[in-house]
Design a protein around this ligand. Structure first.
Ligand code: NAD
Length: 286
């Protein structure tokens, strides 16, 4: 049976290291700061924002919350972002998604200064990732790459299959793995015969938001299975996109939900915020 990848423990270990980095920066007179813009009161978004701010506090990053009403205009949102772009205490800016339907993220995200774009959603940074240049990498894909390193998975030459092609997870995850010299296949909602592709994967990344989309029949013996999905079943319990009980009998490694990818995502936000502070102050960053 598969080894369970303990994302929580790995994240905890990384956060201790990041806290030391923050302490070093503070000795230089720099306190990394993250500004979070929350529009409306979507309960899931409220929870995510609360968790992100708590994680910041725990390692000494300053966090600033700007709660704007559901009815905010694109113009007002852009003005807030521009103000934060010029704020020296703010090194990272994050706009919590999803935005209300009258706000087009394509009009908002590009207004974040690329050097403060800790989510890595700015088109310039997305383009740099595609070009294989150093940049802010979206937190969930970055967290996945760290998990793969932590379990000693050599990516080079492997066949990675990414199920899901969102700009937030699937697409950048595939690009990052390509930069790490994997052979990458993307699957999505229009893919004919999903199982044909997933069952060829050495590394299978699933980011769809469809509970039990992936069963044992979709998975190659010994594969590394990374389940990004977050779903709630009828009893309110969190589940992923992978049928964990079934697939863990066949995979080599598997992430649980919760406790796999989730804790890594926030950890990478902390890491990106520290990188942003270093970059703005012209300190070396990896
Ligand atoms: P999304 O809705 O933007 O994209 C879903 C993708 O899945 C689409 O590209 C779609 O083509 C594909 N898809 C849908 N049904 C499919 C099917 N039957 N077969 C193959 N592909 C299919 O979602 P997203 O923002 O990429 O998030 C995906 C999931 O990951 C969600 O459950 C989300 O909550 C979760 N998520 C988790 C984290 C984390 O930190 N763990 C972070 C971000 C998102």
């Amino acid at each position: 049976t598969a080894k369970i990848i303990d994302g929580k423990a790995i994240a905890q270990k990384l956060r201790e290291r990041l806290k030391r980095e923050v302490d070093d920066l503070k000795e230089k007179g720099i306190t990394p700061g993250l500004a979070v813009i929350l529009v409306g009161e979507d309960p899931a978004s409220l929870t995510y924002v609360r968790n992100k701010r708590k994680a910041c506090r725990e390692i000494g990053i300053r966090s600033f919350l700007f709660s704007l009403p559901e009815t905010v205009s694109e113009g007002e949102l852009v003005r807030k972002i521009e103000e934060l772009n010029g704020d020296e205490q703010v090194h990272g800016i994050l706009v919590q998604l999803p935005l209300p339907s009258h706000v087009n993220p394509a009009n908002i995200l590009p207004r974040i200064h690329p050097m403060k774009d800790v989510d890595g959603f700015h088109p310039l940074n997305a383009g740099k990732l595609m070009a294989g240049e150093k940049t802010f990498i979206p937190c969930t894909p970055l967290g996945i790459s760290v998990l793969l390193k932590e379990i000693g998975c050599r990516v080079e030459g492997k066949h990675a299959v990414v199920v899901g092609r969102s700009n937030i997870v699937g697409k950048p995850a595939g690009q990052l793995l390509l930069n790490m010299n994997a052979t990458v296949t993307y699957c999505h909602s229009k893919t004919a015969d999903l199982q044909k592709f997933t069952s060829m994967a050495d590394i299978l990344i699933v980011a769809c938001g469809k509970p039990n989309l992936i069963g044992a029949g979709h998975v190659k013996e010994g594969a590394v299975v990374i389940d990004v999905g977050i779903n709630r079943d009828e009893s309110g319990r969190l589940t992923g996109d992978v049928n964990f009980e079934e697939v863990k009998e066949k995979a080599g490694f598997i992430t649980p939900v919760p406790g796999g990818v989730g804790p890594m995502t926030i950890t990478m936000l902390l890491s990106n915020t520290i990188q942003a502070a270093k970059q703005i102050h012209r300190l070396p960053w990896p």
